[in-house]
Write a protein that binds this ligand. Structure first.
Ligand code: GLA
Length: 475
């Protein structure tokens, strides 16, 4: 059973109805750390670990959340979400609902089943995955079209203001825009991005140190961000045109070193040199080359260790061990820092050997067995096609696909030949404002037998035009 079907089955067991499913991935950043909130450049990929959300509308204005991972539920009232989290996992989905509504998207009450496989606290953005998957699900269930960049910005706002972690835009952006087989070169000022292919011989290998030293929301991360802001204020005395560290050159920094404490000077040096390294790595990938990659990755790690001071012993040891292995084209810590993972470029033919050796050597050195993942760059947030191989009849009309079916009548009967037909059975969903706007089905799993399907009103631009009194399968 694939993950989407598993989520549908768990949803049904929990809430007793069918649901629609949405997925959003975690990410790994290849290079460009802490540059995003300085309006610089980053080079992340979405990865195969994701958060999944099953959703079905409710008649009232409640969000009823259930975490499959924690086996724990929480309810929230859409008309009274507060504007600050409480340190609970539900801060993420509730914060997203808060940010969406604050931006003018009216949401509908819903049941949500949330389940993810992004390792928690490992620096692979389990938080962006839960935010984006819930945001996508809530917007879709309320009939709003998805603008991926807006969704990313609102998820970031939820994390900044509701959760209290002042993250940049990278994680949510790549979770929304990721593309299978590609890395994204993102300009975090303009939010323009280019899709680059990894040189074909490279594998992305992520090594999890299994430690996390700073667990509180934000913590040292927020301190780093505040230091960068302070440095910009101080440098502005001599460089009035700068808006962020993105605008400061190495020469500008050197000439105005006297305005900064040693700590602030080193923070700035990391950001300025890291931005240049991101551009250099992007250029290599554009040319399909790997020469110099190893040195750029090593310089990035050293800069984070010595200037930005966000590494830790376990990360340094992991990078050092990786650097000694065969077929390695570079290794560095990745993500916010203070524990979590390293990212390694490894020759495809040596990846398995790398995995085994690094695991053994790290365990000997640190006493913890690391998780090591050989990853693929994956697709961003999506509403997966749960099944495409079904045949059934709706009001006597044969349909042989699963998708959004439209009809003029708000209720009809369907004969289901087997398990796993998708549609909503007895689900208390609301109807569209008028028949002229048409209806489409929220799709969900049903057992075999006769079912009454309810239509959920909406008018997404991509649905086929409504033909009166006929069921129209998707194009
Ligand atoms: C965390 C944040 C990102 C980014 C990275 C560091 O993952 O969420 O916005 O700042 O740290 O590069």
């Amino acid at each position: 059973m694939n993950k989407a079907r598993e989520v549908l089955a768990s949803f049904k067991a929990r809430f007793g109805t069918g649901a629609s499913v949405y997925r959003a991935p975690g990410r790994v950043n290849l290079i460009g750390e802490h540059t995003d909130y300085n309006e610089g450049f980053v080079l992340p990929s979405a990865i195969g670990f994701s958060c999944w959300v099953g959703i079905a509308p409710r008649k009232d204005r409640k969000l009823v959340l259930y975490s499959g991972n924690l086996g724990e539920g929480r309810e929230a009232d859409l008309d009274n979400l507060g504007n600050r989290g409480s340190g609970h996992w539900s801060d993420y989905p509730i914060g997203v609902a808060w940010a969406l509504q604050a931006a003018g998207y009216r949401l509908k009450g819903a049941d949500l089943y949330i389940s993810g496989d992004v390792p928690l606290g490992a620096g692979l953005s389990s938080s962006a995955a839960i935010e984006v998957s819930t945001g996508y699900a809530l917007l879709s269930a309320a009939g709003h079209a998805i603008d991926r960049t807006k969704l990313a910005l609102l998820c970031q706002r939820a994390e900044n203001e509701f959760v209290g972690m002042r993250c940049g835009i990278m994680d949510q952006f790549v979770s929304c825009h990721g593309r299978a087989g590609h890395v994204l070169m993102i300009d975090c000022r303009s939010l323009e991005y280019r899709l680059l292919r990894l040189p074909p011989q490279l594998r992305l290998v992520i090594c999890n140190t299994m430690v996390k030293h700073k667990l509180q929301a934000g913590g040292e991360y927020n301190v780093r961000r505040a230091e960068c802001e302070e440095a910009v204020r101080k440098l502005s005395a001599a460089l009035p045109q700068i808006r962020s560290l993105r605008d400061v050159s190495s020469e500008g920094l050197a000439q105005n070193r006297n305005l900064l404490s040693d700590t602030l000077y080193r923070r700035c040096r990391h950001i300025i040199t890291e931005n240049k390294r991101v551009q250099d790595v992007a250029e290599l990938f554009e040319q399909g080359k790997v020469d110099g990659l190893r040195e750029l990755m090593a310089a990035s790690h050293e800069s984070m260790r010595d200037d930005y001071e966000i590494s830790c012993r376990e990360l340094d040891v992991m990078v050092e061990i990786a650097g000694r292995q065969r077929g390695v084209y570079g290794a560095r810590m990745t993500g916010g820092g203070f524990g979590g993972c390293t990212i390694n470029f490894v020759d495809a033919e040596h990846a398995a050997e790398f995995q085994a050796r690094v695991s053994a050597e790290y365990e000997t050195a640190i006493g913890l067995r690391p998780d090591i993942y050989i990853c693929e760059a994956s697709q961003g947030a999506e509403h997966p096609d749960v099944a495409t191989d079904l045949t059934c009849e709706i009001d006597g009309v044969a349909v042989n696909n699963v998708g959004n079916y439209r009809t003029e009548s708000p209720l009809f009967n369907v004969t289901v030949p087997a398990n796993n037909l998708f549609g909503i059975d007895g689900c208390p969903c609301t109807f569209g404002p008028s028949l002229d706007e048409g209806f489409y089905l929220m799709l969900a799993p049903l057992s075999s037998g006769e079912h009454t399907l309810h239509f959920h009103g909406s008018q997404p631009a991509d649905l086929p035009f409504l033909y009166p009194t006929r069921i129209v399968p998707p194009r």
